[in-house]
Ligand binder design. Structure first.
Ligand code: XMP
Length: 305
């Protein structure tokens, strides 16, 4: 376990050292990792830090408003409306790693543009230790923003929480007095809902995934999972009213874990599962079926792609 107060002092000094008198941008995602990185960088740099939130169209329901509220104390917060750019770039892309690369590259381009505007030479990222391990082990090319530092037009990339596990990041978040909705928030992948839509990313599938994830987060809250969400798998036959429908199959996943490196599928009560099923099929006319994923990690990963 990390000594949070000592870590905050050290990380703040290290950011000051690395960035010197220059300006920096930080990529915010709404998650605890980037929020902690932002809070540390803000301590070190103050107004020389421009926090940037890119709305890729692949974010959680209500995320943009939540970010505006959480970071309202930072005047320089920039919200980039990039939904069309990301969804257009993903059109026709079906390979999971290629999807990640398209999104990683898209983020980098957005940040280069924002950095130019903010006259910033440094990019701060909320990469944590498991992200690096999984990328280096070629399990998945994890990225919070990039994963493409060799083609990035920045003087330096600063990763203040790069050696921490998720539970340690949460401890630092509490020590930094970040709101509980941020410090205790369940993880959300950098590529967003794109990895919760199997195969091609379309606007329709993303909308179904976003709405279903919201239902799962609400309905599982009392069981305190480490992470819970829904993914759109493919199509299957169902019947709604008097009509046969060929609608989406939505998979619900709820896992217990310490750090995301391994995970156990959670034993949710049947009542909870049925409520989730009923809400997802009821609120989305194009969903035909809801299934529950009982696979641990390994052999599955937590996300679908
Ligand atoms: P997997 O699917 O690899 O996920 O078992 C382990 C944990 O990491 C999250 N995840 C990501 N986080 N960038 C991130 O910042 C990514 O590209 C990424 N991919 C997966 C996932 O949600 C889970 O908590």
């Amino acid at each position: 376990m990390v000594d949070a107060d000592a870590f905050i002092e050290e990380a703040t000094a290290e950011i000051s050292d690395e960035v010197g008198d220059a300006n920096a941008v930080i990529a915010l995602s709404g998650g605890v990792d980037s929020s902690v990185a932002a809070a540390l960088a803000y301590r070190a740099l103050g107004d020389r830090l421009t926090p940037v939130y890119v709305d890729t169209g692949l974010m959680r329901k209500g995320e943009t408003d939540a970010i505006r509220e959480t970071f309202s104390f930072m005047d320089s917060l920039r919200v980039v409306e990039a939904q069309d750019r990301f969804l257009d770039a993903l059109s026709g892309v079906t390979d999971p790693e290629e999807k990640r690369n398209v999104i990683g590259e898209g983020f980098i381009r957005e940040f280069e543009r924002e950095a130019k505007e903010a006259d910033a030479d440094y990019l701060v990222q909320g990469t944590i230790y498991p992200d690096r391990i999984e990328s280096e082990g070629n399990i998945k090319s994890h990225h919070n923003v990039g994963g493409l530092p060799d083609v990035v037009d920045f003087e330096g990339i600063v990763e203040p929480v790069r050696d921490l596990y998720k539970d340690e990041v949460r401890e630092v978040a509490r020590a930094l007095d970040l709101e509980e909705v941020v410090s205790e928030r369940m993880p959300f992948p950098g590529p967003g809902l794109a990895v919760r839509v199997v195969g091609e990313v379309t606007r329709e599938k993303v909308e179904v995934a976003r709405a279903a994830c919201h239902v799962v987060e609400e309905e599982t809250e009392e069981h305190d999972p480490w992470q819970a969400f829904a993914a759109v798998l493919g199509k299957a036959t169902g019947v709604k009213g008097d009509n046969r429908v060929h609608g989406w199959v939505v998979s619900v996943r709820s896992v217990e874990s310490r750090d995301g490196m391994t995970a156990r599928a959670q034993e949710l009560p049947w009542k909870t599962l049925q409520r989730i099923q009923s809400r997802i099929t009821g609120e989305n006319e194009n969903v035909a079926r809801v299934v529950y994923d009982v696979t641990h990690k390994p052999p599955a990963t937590i996300e679908y792609e």
